[in-house]
Design a protein around this ligand. Structure first.
Ligand code: SAH
Length: 247
């Protein structure tokens, strides 16, 4: 081969290699963008406040929150506020997800019931920490979407059900922990019944639509001892609990 031909081949090979490297860097950078935002969220918004449970911090460092929000909000998925998820519902602020998870003091062997699947994000965080997660959502399209997303992302220990969470999930009771991510003026009685002795329950409790009190309950015998944690703003729990209020 002539020198000029050899040089031309070399130039083509080098260009191809250069383009390949560029593509790899672009791919890494696009993945890293969210990893970097997740790391910032963990340090500033969670550890920077009072989230000290390493298990919770690690779980939230793993779950790709940007895949649980609508595509148009992806770039603010890790920001310090809640986001709309469609059907007029919201995905909670990361700090509130972390706080609610932390106060439950979960163990790897636990079985947890969640009322209000929404996007499925809180369920995914729980699924990283515990053995089994059962979650109920009253808006059918949300239940369907969350079920599919959780399955696609490989969270095999989450079971999603479409329905009213007021009556809990008798078939899988009792639970080590119960988390309700929609607000009502009181804690539904069936959910207290389905909690194990010594188990923990967390819920935004309050009659007003804009501010409620995040409340932690600990089951002692058949009684639930409650303590107030902080003011929060959640969407209302709908279905049976509202019908009963009217009576
Ligand atoms: N945990 C969710 C956010 C919850 S928003 C997440 O991580 O994205 C509150 C959700 O509770 C909404 O999706 C709403 O439809 C649902 N919800 C309200 N009342 C309910 C009920 N009675 N039973 C089950 N889900 C309910």
């Amino acid at each position: 081969m002539k020198t000029s031909a050899r040089e031309a081949v070399r130039a083509v090979v080098f260009t191809a290699l250069f383009l390949l490297l560029l593509l790899i860097f672009a791919l890494i950078a696009s993945g890293d963008q969210y990893a970097a935002e997740r790391a910032r969220m963990i340090e500033e918004d969670l550890r920077g406040r009072d989230i000290t449970d390493q298990v919770v911090l690690d779980a939230m460092g793993k779950v790709p929150r940007h895949l649980f929000v609508e595509a148009r909000y992806r770039d603010s998925a890790y920001a310090d506020h809640p986001l709309p998820i469609s059907e007029g519902q919201t995905i909670s602020q990361p700090y509130i997800v972390a706080l609610m998870t932390q106060v439950l003091r979960l163990k790897p062997s636990d079985r947890v019931l969640e009322i209000g699947t929404g996007s499925g994000y809180q369920a995914a965080v729980l699924a990283v920490i515990v053995k089994e997660v059962y979650t109920i959502e009253i808006v059918e399209p949300l239940a369907d979407r969350a079920q599919k997303l959780l399955a696609d992302l490989g969270y095999r220990n989450v079971t999603v059900k479409y329905g009213d969470g007021y009556q809990g999930w008798e078939e899988h009771a009792p639970f080590d922990a119960v988390i309700i991510t929609a607000a009502a003026d009181r804690i539904p009685e069936p959910l207290i019944k389905q909690l194990k002795d010594g188990g923990r329950l967390v819920m935004p409790v309050g009659g007003t639509p804009f501010v409620q009190t995040l409340t932690l309950g600990t089951k002692r015998g058949s009684r639930l001892d409650t303590e107030r944690i902080c003011p929060v703003a959640f969407v209302p729990m709908t279905g049976e609990i509202q019908k009963r209020k009217e009576k």
